[in-house]
Design a protein around this ligand. Structure first.
Ligand code: EPU
Length: 346
């Protein structure tokens, strides 16, 4: 165990928070040993994976950070059209997607290039371009942080929802995911329906994309919209897209006919938070300024995607907390919609 470790390289916002205690887990058995030593009972504990979805609000984390860095991918079954593949929690997610695409396996290609690690992916049921992790998730193994025992969670056990799972809710802080199994297909239709995928393919003269071409296109689409966290700190989408009642949507649509929206199965309507943020702004005399591209010395709203809050360097987590609150307040004042963060505040 190390003491006083700067977490700058362990959180994609790039904030300089100091962890009082820090343990790196390279094998599952290391974690079990750590749990059984009682260290997790002694200290406030934070399980850290890629650190791509956390916001450190303070300069010091007065507790123990457990950094999961286990590696390994195994093929458990190859049967006709079906593949079952298991990845350890610390495997880099974009590398895992690339590995599967290289093999010609379908199921996670639209989740290409999402920064993070395999073990964190089920926690918030990562999603992008019309696909969610749950679509190809089979089961995962997780370790009980009190006893060190492992337990298998089926898809049903995980209670996946939009950026939600049991690990963020009922079982928060009780388990750490140690490996995930996916059910992939050798032959499957590609999902090209979401947003600008078709437009991108057309612009690039790709008519019937291969799995590889779709993967590469999604990487390019993401690169064009989202900051590279190696250069500008961020945690991807900062807020969830809110779901509102249809009556409220219809009233808003009269006033804002261009407001994009997606129908939800339950009759409600999902509205992109990025649009709401772009169409509201910091209160200035004229009231016409947009948040999109707004910045102060240290933090701001990304100029190409208003859902992404960014840290340009030299700032503190508190700067993002304050900016997020101002944005939430102005979106609510203008549209009467409450937006909530998808990022975990620590
Ligand atoms: N929009 C704006 N202004 C903006 C941003 C978006 O008007 O500044 C509008 C777009 O024009 C579009 C709509 O909002 O009509 C949706 O935008 P986009 O396709 O960029 O997706 P999003 O809803 O903003 C979600 C996910 C992303 C994921 C993309 C692509 C959430 C919270 N975010 O963003 O996930 O990559 O779809 O599938 O659901 C993440 O979770 O970290 C993340 C990046």
């Amino acid at each position: 165990m190390k003491t006083n470790v700067n977490l700058r390289l362990y959180n994609s916002f790039g904030f300089d928070t100091i962890a009082k205690q820090f343990a790196e887990i390279n094998q599952t058995s290391d974690l079990q040993t750590l749990i059984q030593s009682g260290a997790l009972q002694k200290h406030k504990t934070l399980i850290l994976s890629g650190g791509n979805n956390v916001l450190f609000q303070k300069d010091v984390f007065d507790g123990l950070v457990v950094y999961i860095n286990t590696k390994g991918i195994e093929i458990l079954l190859e049967d006709g059209n079906e593949i079952i593949v298991r990845a350890q929690a610390g495997v880099d997610w974009p590398d895992f997607v690339r590995f599967c695409v290289d093999k010609g396996w379908h199921g996670i290609e639209n989740l290409a290039h999402i920064p993070g690690k395999v073990g964190a992916a089920p926690v918030q049921n990562i999603g992008a371009y019309g696909m969610e992790l749950k679509d190809s998730f089979l089961r995962c193994e997780a370790m009980d942080l009190t006893t060190g025992e492992t337990k298998v969670f089926t898809k049903k056990d995980c209670r996946f929802g939009y950026r939600e799972s049991v690990f963020k809710n009922e079982l928060k802080g009780q388990y750490v995911i140690i490996s995930v199994e996916f059910l992939l297909k050798k032959n499957a239709l590609l999902n090209l329906e979401y947003g600008n995928i078709k437009a991108y393919l057309e612009q690039n003269g790709i008519e019937n994309p291969t799995l590889q071409q779709l993967h590469d296109s999604i990487c390019a689409i993401r690169d064009a919209k989202l900051p590279d966290v190696k250069q500008i700190g961020s945690a991807g989408s900062f807020f969830k897209n809110p779901v509102i009642e249809r009556t409220q949507f219809e009233a808003l649509q009269k006033e804002y006919p261009t407001m994009p929206h997606y129908d939800e199965p339950n009759g409600k309507v999902k509205v992109p938070a990025g649009w709401l943020i772009e169409h509201s702004g910091p209160s200035t005399g004229s009231g016409t300024a947009s948040w999109k591209g707004w910045r102060n010395e240290h933090v701001g709203v990304y100029e190409k995607q208003a859902l992404v809050l960014v840290h340009y360097g030299g700032g503190k987590g508190q700067d993002i907390v304050e900016l997020a609150q101002r944005i939430q307040d102005s979106v609510e004042a203008k549209f009467g919609i409450k937006i909530s963060p998808e990022v975990n505040f620590v």
